[in-house]
Design a binder for this molecule. Sequence first.
Ligand SMILES: [Zn+2]
Ligand SMILES: [Zn+2]
Ligand SMILES: [Zn+2]
Ligand SMILES: [Zn+2]
Length: 266
Amino acid sequence: MSHAGSKPAGRQSVFQTLTCPLCREYMCPPITLCQAGHNICSRCRSGTEKCPSCERPLLDTRNVALETIARNLVYPCRFSPAGCRGKFRMDDVGKHHAQCPHRSYDCPLRELEGCKWTGRFGEIREHVETRHSTAVMAASQEQEATWELSNPECFHNSHHVLFACAEVFVLYKRFDISHRKLCLSVHRCGESPGPFRYSLRLDKNGGRQSVVLSDAAHGQAENVEQVFLSGECIKVDFDMLMAFVKGTRLLRIMATSECASCGHNV
Ligand SMILES: [Zn+2]
Ligand SMILES: [Zn+2]
Ligand SMILES: [Zn+2]
Ligand SMILES: [Zn+2]
């Protein structure tokens, strides 16, 4: 039984306690602790060694009491302040948040540039173009978008916001000096990785010779450092890059019907 409008203060703080400090989703078991007793969700735990609340080391100790509470609660949608009335069991609330018509989005550069903006999906482009104009990599078509990376740009670490296929993506570009590789990872803004792939095409001799490297786009919640470490990204050898130094480099994002979790390099 629920009483619309009445929200006991105790109940409210349980939901706050169950919100992961890093991804701000409700935490599902296993919920683990830091040395000082702060909680973190399992998804964020795998991508970091320090507590996001106090920076102390994270332990493998589980907060069993909180896990039991989590299993027995019915969760209000996180976007209830925006008008959503939905209530869900622990296993379904995350899925709902990804699709909630009342959902709000963080700025795609929230962590990278410390931007606190939130808004509707349709407002992201205007925000990014006004406030982060230097990060925008422009040029797009409906189902496919291409960008030309200039030669000097390849050798700098940077991030870019890309608008393609009616979605918003962040491209992380890293020059790994010790392994002599250019690393690229594309993350879709939103919860699920979705059926999107990205590719890098290197051309030389006026396009008569080319190399195409491709991978599945990641979800926003996936830790980019972890992605670069795991190698689930595009990595181009410095020597290969140099062989194509006079040609064009095209980065392409495409919507695909193929499952992002089973398809790997093309
Ligand atoms: Zn989390
Ligand atoms: Zn802590
Ligand atoms: Zn909702
Ligand atoms: Zn912003």
